[in-house]
Ligand binder design. Structure first.
Ligand code: PLP
Length: 393
């Protein structure tokens, strides 16, 4: 007779056949069983027609991979534990000591930190290029250049680059290009159609939409490139939790609705703020007069979409301490990093400190505040901003 614990663990279970429901089932596994040794030996982790080990995929992770690949118009997708891990996976896969990687000067800060830290330490060089100037990128691509990062727009200063022209230049010069597509979320424009070889996203932002999940994706169309990235992915042991994957799968059907609503609300607030006397400048690629607006129109269309994210530069005579007081006074906009969740967020930045001195100084004076618009009623957000602007007086 077996011990009750053994019978409990071996209690029979078969996944229900013929059970259809709006949400897919969630499968959790580190270990995956094989029917016999022959099957174990024959199993090839590179394909999706079977399972090997939790790190190499489950029905749950495969499903999200397929859906993100569909969203981005790609063929293959890898999931990693954060957006930053997606950038790292690409860098570690394609760069080796002696190579050089080029980053836009307005790149996501931690991407630059990775280049200045680990990559430099491993003998991988980097240069920053002016993302608004195709000739500047052309000048910097050299015999050691193996990878060019693209971002549209820059994540704090929000200049929208001539994306197709930058990507075409990389292709012409035989250099792999990788786009950080977190802002566009696969909705505002198609990164692979724009010419990027690799498209990564922080699923942490819009695809999750909850402010409660960290995850990243790496999407490609080229099988060889995908296998190279996948090999690195396997060797580094990136895994994602089934509960987090479930959260993203549950959020994806409302992705486009949320993105549009957050876009619309952000534009109402951005326009309203551009008429306020305290505000020197509004940085939102969808607004006329913002840096890269013409590029945004070219890539996203004249009636195109934009993320619910923008920055304002307050007039220089508002001392940084008063700007901090403005941020502190906001009640609905919470102080925090990230974007794409239900709660509006605010963070002050010092753009001049983020720029490469070699490429010239940030052309505007005054403190920059980035606003990420959540899902609250826009009139309440506007009232919150109006009340906090009184703190600047
Ligand atoms: C947030 C973000 C990332 C990193 O995502 P995490 O999941 O927070 O690591 C990368 N790129 C951009 C543009 C981002 O906004």
């Amino acid at each position: 007779m077996r011990a009750p614990i053994t019978d409990l663990i071996h209690h029979p279970y078969t996944a229900p056949a013929g059970f259809g429901a709006p949400q897919p089932g969630v499968f959790k596994a580190s270990t995956v069983f094989f029917p016999n040794v022959a099957a174990m030996r024959a199993r090839d982790w590179k394909t999706k027609d079977g399972y090997t080990y939790g790190l190499h995929g489950t029905p749950t992770t495969f499903l999200l991979e397929e859906r993100i690949a569909a969203l981005e118009g790609g063929r293959q997708c890898l999931l990693v534990p954060s957006g930053l891990a997606a950038l790292a996976n690409v860098n570690l896969s394609l760069l080796r000591s002696g190579d050089e990687v080029l980053l836009p000067d307005n790149a996501y800060g931690p991407s630059r930190a990775m280049a200045e830290g680990e990559l430099a330490q491993w003998g991988i060089g980097h240069q920053r290029y002016d993302p608004m100037n195709v000739d500047d990128l052309a000048r910097r691509i050299g015999p050691r250049t193996r990878l060019v990062w693209l971002e549209a727009p820059g994540s704090v200063t929000l200049e929208f680059p001539p994306l197709e022209r930058l990507a075409a230049l990389c292709r012409e010069r035989g250099v792999t290009s990788a786009l950080d597509n977190t802002w566009g979320a696969g909705l505002a424009f198609n990164g692979l159609e724009a010419g990027a070889d690799i498209v990564v996203q922080a699923l942490t932002k819009y695809p999750s939409g909850g402010g409660d999940v960290l995850m990243g994706s790496v999407v490609t169309r080229d099988e060889d490139l995908h296998l190279r990235l996948k090999l690195t992915h396997m060797r580094l042991g990136w895994g994602v939790g089934a509960n987090d994957v479930e959260s993203v799968l549950r959020s994806l059907p409302s992705l486009a609705l949320r993105y549009r609503a957050q876009d619309a609300a952000a534009r109402v607030l951005a326009r309203w703020l551009s008429d306020r006397p305290e505000v020197a400048l509004v940085l939102h690629p969808g607004l006329e007069g913002s840096p890269g607006h013409a590029n945004w129109r070219a890539t996203c269309g004249p009636d195109g979409l934009a993320a619910g994210l923008f920055s304002i530069v307050l007039h220089e005579h508002h001392a940084p301490a008063r700007v901090d007081a403005f941020c502190d006074a906001l009640r609905l906009f919470r102080l925090g990093y990230s974007w794409g969740g239900p709660i509006s967020l605010v963070a002050p930045y010092e753009p001049s400190a983020m720029r490469s001195p070699e490429l010239g100084t940030w052309p505007h004076r005054g403190t920059l505040v980035r606003l990420s618009v959540g899902l609250e009623a826009v009139e309440d957000l506007q009232a919150d901003l109006a009340a906090a602007l009184a703190q600047l007086a």
